[in-house]
Ligand binder design. Structure first.
Ligand code: ME8
Length: 523
């Protein structure tokens, strides 16, 4: 059942205290691109996203909205589900932590931690940030403008004193260090790995894992006065979705040993310190990797409701197009680094990379073929060195981008693909098929064939990133639905000369520099 070619990828489950914004869309798009890539590469994929619905923050937001927490979470969770649909995500499941299957899994992991002797009852007295749903030591706090105490994230903290169960995190300090020494790629990028290792080496305190001062959470088995700490509940979602506590389930056996969690850098500590410690204590192997991406700002500023600059993904997609938004976020910023969103940068990428480079290449090749080759795949003659070099570049693409995607570097994969797009444009200019039309139509047909075959490769490998445009391009090249996987790359599955081609249509319209200005993407 264990299958090293299986692949399990997760987004964080998003808090339902707020409506979805660009930051949430970003993680989900990245996971979707990676999941699509792995499926096209013949791997068995499970892609999970969902919503985190318990805890004080959500309970407070429901109260502020004057709603019952269940009604409130139903409503906001639905908005996140709609986001995954608007992003055309290929998630296999959408988990909600209020579901019965998850409550069962959370209580089961609790029991496993009890059985391991890793949970004890005591009293918590210390600082808590509701916004972060996190405990902070006095030494970690900073002072706000009015002298008030703040968490390192800038969130206000409150003093909490209540009976609490504790997890013996301190006991897991050395096992965690040993685990990371043995698995150097278990946290990426390296900057995050170093941050985590330093935190662990600094000494781990036992962690409060239950609350008694509010009710919105999973009841602690055998002690209803307590609800589980929302992060223990939330992290367990990754197990729930593959069938935990049934560890013999096929889904668990297949996917859990291949789990990759993609998260924002804000929640690395939860995923790379607490989570593997909980898992090891419960006798479950930690995930293969936690990859922490960077943070988006908007026109140089932090996205916030107060600044009214929250980028609304639904509006963004409507204004600029889904493929365009997907491409922009994946290409503009190296995955792992912080990035800045601006309308100008988005339009620049759309007009430059998509319209001028890729769209124009496809348009030139397909319309010349349509007009001069009887609207069918051209019949090539003998290949010149230049033709062979062009075809080789297309054939080799997958070998370069596979390891890039396997290390969660979609920006590198796109850069590699665009090198070939630019090479194809340079090849068109060099070979000038429009001039060959009169002087050497056979040679023109060969050049257009080489370009069509290069386009076929480009369309296949761009499917994970710009799925709609890539599938349109494959339609325009008359490539069958069953011939779009990566095992159809290479010369063996080359286009068949003489195959009728439909009328070409533009893939990426050029935008006016002021596109979306009136109807600003930021609301
Ligand atoms: O933390 N830039 O949920 P959350 C980039 N429920 N990514 C961003 C972003 C930004 N400005 N803003 C948000 C939680 N994100 C917990 C997770 S998992 C077991 C529980 C993305 O709604 C990024 O992935 O606050 C970040 O980690 C996540 O949204 C936080 O979402």
């Amino acid at each position: 059942m264990a299958d090293a070619r299986a692949f399990y990828i997760t987004t964080p489950i998003y808090y339902v205290n707020d409506v979805p914004h660009l930051g949430h869309a970003y993680t989900t798009i990245a996971c979707d691109a990676i999941a699509r890539f792995m499926r096209l590469d013949g791997r068995k994929v499970m892609f999970l996203t969902g919503t985190d619905e318990h805890g004080q923050k959500v309970e407070k937001s429901a109260a502020e909205a004057g709603e019952d927490p269940k009604d409130f979470t139903d409503r906001v969770s639905q908005r996140f589900r709609e986001l995954t649909q608007a992003l055309e995500c290929t998630n296999d499941d959408f988990i909600r932590t209020t579901e019965a299957r998850h409550i069962r899994a959370s209580q089961a992991i609790w029991q496993a931690l009890i059985d391991a002797g890793d949970i004890y009852l005591d009293k918590y007295a210390g600082w808590y940030s509701v916004r972060d749903e996190a405990y902070f030591a006095e030494s970690e706090l900073t002072k706000g403008p009015d002298g008030e105490k703040l968490a390192p994230t800038g969130a206000p903290v409150e003093w909490v004193e209540e009976p609490s169960y504790f997890f013996r995190l301190s006991r897991w300090q050395q096992p965690l260090l040993d685990h990371y020494a043995k698995h150097p790629d278990a946290i990426l990028p390296d900057s995050r790995r170093n941050e985590v290792l330093n935190f662990i080496k600094g000494g781990l305190q036992d962690l409060s894992v239950s609350r008694t001062s509010f009710k919105w959470g999973v009841p602690v088995p055998g002690d209803d006065a307590h609800i589980m700490y929302v992060w223990l509940d939330a992290l367990t979602n990754y197990l729930t979705a593959v069938g935990y506590p049934d560890v013999d389930a096929e889904s668990f056996q297949t996917f859990w040993p291949n789990a990759v969690h993609i998260v924002g850098k804000d929640i690395v500590r939860f995923h790379a310190v607490y989570w593997p410690a909980f898992l090891m204590a419960a006798g479950i192997t930690p995930p293969v990797r936690v990859f922490a991406h960077g943070w988006w700002t908007v026109e140089g500023q932090k996205m916030s409701k107060t600044l009214r600059n929250v980028v609304e993904p639904f509006k963004l997609i409507e204004t600029y197009g889904l493929d365009q938004v997907r491409y922009f976020v994946l290409r503009e910023v190296p995955f792992g680094n912080d990035g800045d969103f601006s309308r100008a940068a988005l339009i620049h990428r759309i007009n430059g990379d998509l319209a001028n480079d890729f769209g124009n290449l496809a348009q030139r090749v397909l319309s010349m073929t349509q007009k001069n080759c009887d609207a069918a795949v051209p019949h090539p003659g003998a290949f010149s060195d230049d033709d062979t070099a062009m075809l080789d570049a297309a054939h080799c693409l997958i070998e370069t981008i596979r390891p890039q995607m396997e290390r969660e570097a979609p920006h590198e994969a796109l850069e590699t693909i665009w090198t070939v797009i630019r090479a194809a444009n340079a090849y068109v200019d060099r070979q000038a098929p429009w001039a060959l039309r009169k002087t050497d139509p056979e040679r023109m047909a060969t050049v257009l064939y080489v370009l069509s075959e290069s386009l076929r490769h480009l369309a296949i490998v761009t499917q994970p990133f710009v799925p709609d445009a890539a599938s349109q391009l494959l339609d325009q090249l008359a490539v069958d639905d069953g011939a779009r996987h990566f095992d159809h790359l290479g010369p063996r599955h080359a286009l068949t000369p003489g195959t009728a081609l439909p009328k070409p249509q533009g893939l990426f319209p050029r935008l006016d520099e002021t596109a979306g200005e009136a109807q600003s993407a930021a609301s």
